[in-house]
Write a protein that binds this ligand. Structure first.
Ligand code: ATP
Length: 582
């Protein structure tokens, strides 16, 4: 049990570390533990900016839109809306690279646009023995060569795409040529994604003439560029940042290497270590955890590299033990049962949160994969239009759907309706909207109203959707051509899921998030063995679990296969983590 005096001392020490980080001079690297207030420190540093009109601004760069919105919101709440506008910049790394290192060198026509992914437009790779959407082919940039090269990341294909490619008569080489040909035709029409933004940014910075046109404006615009969650930088991102640093742009990187969970996307913990040593020979450290209870700090320490002591819990004195829930996991679906009572695992978790007076609405349920989670099923990335629409319908009718899911649902409905109303038109929804002077509000309202009007999906849903599409009042400029744009086939209807009033999301979507209570579902046999014996330096799965448990403020619960509960209890008790098997 921590004494009040210890808590006061810990808080003062953590505040001093934060103040030092707020005052640090660029270039610098700040290394932080979970809940250290990275985002808080970065925004506070920005809020110290003087009121007068500045010639130079600061760029605050994050990896997620959630983090971006959080920083912008804090500035506005502090009455400093000026700090969200030019000359400042608050945004994702993709948008920063695009805005300052790619777009200035693109022709104005066709208008260059950065898409979140190729899935935002209908971009099929055609001319092979099967049609596969461009977004199903993840791409990689290798910055290690003098001329950076890009390739299709064949080892990262999802299961369905791999099956399709394996069954194709064409070789990977032939596919790769077609994929790049398709991609080029979209780039020629002005469309790019984060991958192209990286590749072109790197190319531009390595090309003396291009760099000479881009770097001076960037240096005169920004007195400082801060990158949050720097542990998620890919090798290409780091190569770009290195070049900016070498060109004299004052950089501050803030990161937590223990939370590096994007190795599969090319994140490079080792490359970050050497770059950060270049920026700050002795890094500035933030070791006070402003989020989690001492018990949760101890739990987290069992999942990270080295034998470092737990971080110091700065603001909490809860002593709720880690709750271990013996669980019978469903082989498919998410109807997992609490083994001793037979209750649904989320329902049982809810009764425990009540027992500890932790409000259920401030709790979240998480797992490595979407398939493990209750609540609405995830939009499968590579399905037919009718199945996507069925997912969109479920999302639009689901009270717990996230803003991101609703945006995606709306985009799907727009795509389906536009496919019917504007059949001959190439280009994504925004070029169709521009061509017919349609506002985003008008289009989104129409799409949502249409989604809401549809009956719940079932096997014979297709004809009903088609009738509804034909009957729906069309937007200006619509010129349907017979059956073009009719969504074919039957939807794969996701089973209705038990509603839960708790937020649910996969761990990779929880970066930067927090909740009073967190239930982590570990359905795989051998998880406890992995916890006990794997090394977080090399086993990213442990780091992913680390991110999950460090989202919790007061209560962490872990559901494991019932036969592994005792082993986990022993493991944690042996590491001085108080547990309760419930
Ligand atoms: N000095 C402070 N005073 C009060 N609350 C703070 C302070 N610093 C941070 N916090 C709070 O601690 C919590 C964690 O902060 P933040 O989300 O910025 O951490 P983080 O370092 O980005 O964490 P993570 O990397 O684990 O997502 C937030 O609720 C934040 O408001």
């Amino acid at each position: 049990m921590t004494t009040p005096e210890q808590t006061t001392l810990a808080r003062a020490a953590a505040e001093a570390q934060q103040k030092a980080a707020m005052a640090v001079t660029a270039p610098a690297y700040v290394s932080a533990c979970p809940g250290a207030g990275k985002t808080y420190v970065i925004t506070s540093r920005h809020l110290q900016s003087p009121w007068r009109l500045l010639r130079q601004g600061r760029a605050l760069i994050s990896f997620t839109r959630v983090a971006r919105d959080q920083m912008a919101r804090r500035c506005r709440q502090a009455g400093r809306a000026d700090l969200v506008q030019a000359p400042h910049f608050i945004g994702t790394l993709d948008s920063f690279l695009w805005e300052f290192l790619v777009k200035p060198r693109r022709a104005a026509n066709p208008a260059p646009r950065l898409l979140e992914s190729w899935a935002s437009i209908k971009a099929p790779v055609e001319g092979m023995d099967r049609e596969i959407s461009l977004h199903r082919f993840p791409m990689a940039v290798d910055p290690s060569q003098k001329e950076a090269c890009e390739s299709v990341a064949w080892d990262k294909l999802d299961y369905d795409t791999r099956q399709l490619i394996e069954a194709s008569a064409y070789s990977r080489k032939a596919w790769e040529e077609k994929i790049f040909e398709t991609r080029k035709s979209w780039c020629d029409q002005g469309y790019f994604t984060g991958h192209e933004a990286r590749f072109l940014a790197l190319w531009n910075l390595r090309n003396a003439k291009a760099a000479a046109g881009l770097v001076p404006p960037l240096r005169s615009r920004f007195s400082e560029v801060i990158v949050d969650e720097a542990q998620d930088c890919s090798a290409a991102d780091l190569a770009i940042l290195q070049l900016l640093h070498a060109a004299g742009l004052p950089l501050i990187l803030v990161g937590d290497p223990d939370q590096a969970i994007y190795a599969w996307r090319g994140a490079e913990p080792q490359a970050l270590r050497s770059f950060s040593a270049q920026l700050s020979p002795t890094p500035h450290q933030l070791t006070g955890n402003w989020r989690s209870s001492p018990v949760i700090c101890r739990l987290a320490a069992t999942l990270r590299t080295g034998q470092r002591p737990p971080d110091t819990s700065v603001v909490r004195d809860d002593d709720i033990p880690v709750l271990l829930l013996p669980t019978q996991f469903a082989n498919s679906g998410s109807r997992h049962l609490h083994a001793p009572t037979g209750a649904g695992i989320v329902d049982f978790f809810r009764t425990l949160t009540e027992e500890y007076a932790v409000p259920a609405k401030d709790c979240l349920v998480t797992a490595y994969k979407y398939a493990t989670l209750p609540a609405i099923s995830r939009e499968k990335p590579n399905t037919s239009a009718i199945t996507s629409l069925a997912w969109a319908h479920a999302a639009a009718h689901s009270p717990g759907a996230s803003g991101d899911d609703l945006t995606r649902a709306c985009a799907i409905a727009v795509r389906v309706l536009f496919g019917y109303w504007y059949p001959g038109e190439t280009g994504g929804p925004d070029s169709i909207m521009a061509a017919h002077r349609l506002s985003a509000g008008q289009v989104n309202r129409t799409a949502f109203a249409f989604l809401h009007s549809l009956p719940p999906p079932h096997k014979e849903w297709g004809p009903q959707v088609w009738q509804a599409m034909k009957a729906w009042p069309a937007l200006p400029g619509a010129a349907p051509q017979g059956g073009k744009g009719r969504p074919a086939g039957k939807p794969t209807v996701s089973r209705p899921q038990a509603a839960t009033d708790m937020r649910t999301n996969i761990i990779h979507q929880l970066k930067g998030d927090e909740a009073d209570g967190v239930l982590l579902l570990l359905p795989d046999a051998g998880s406890v063995q992995r916890w006990a014996t794997s090394d977080p330096v090399t086993d990213e799965v442990l780091r992913v679990w680390y991110v999950a448990v460090t989202r919790a403020r007061r209560l962490a619960a872990i559901a494991v296969p019932e036969e592994e509960t005792d082993a986990l209890a022993q493991l944690l008790t042996g590491r001085q983590v108080p547990v309760r098997v419930a």
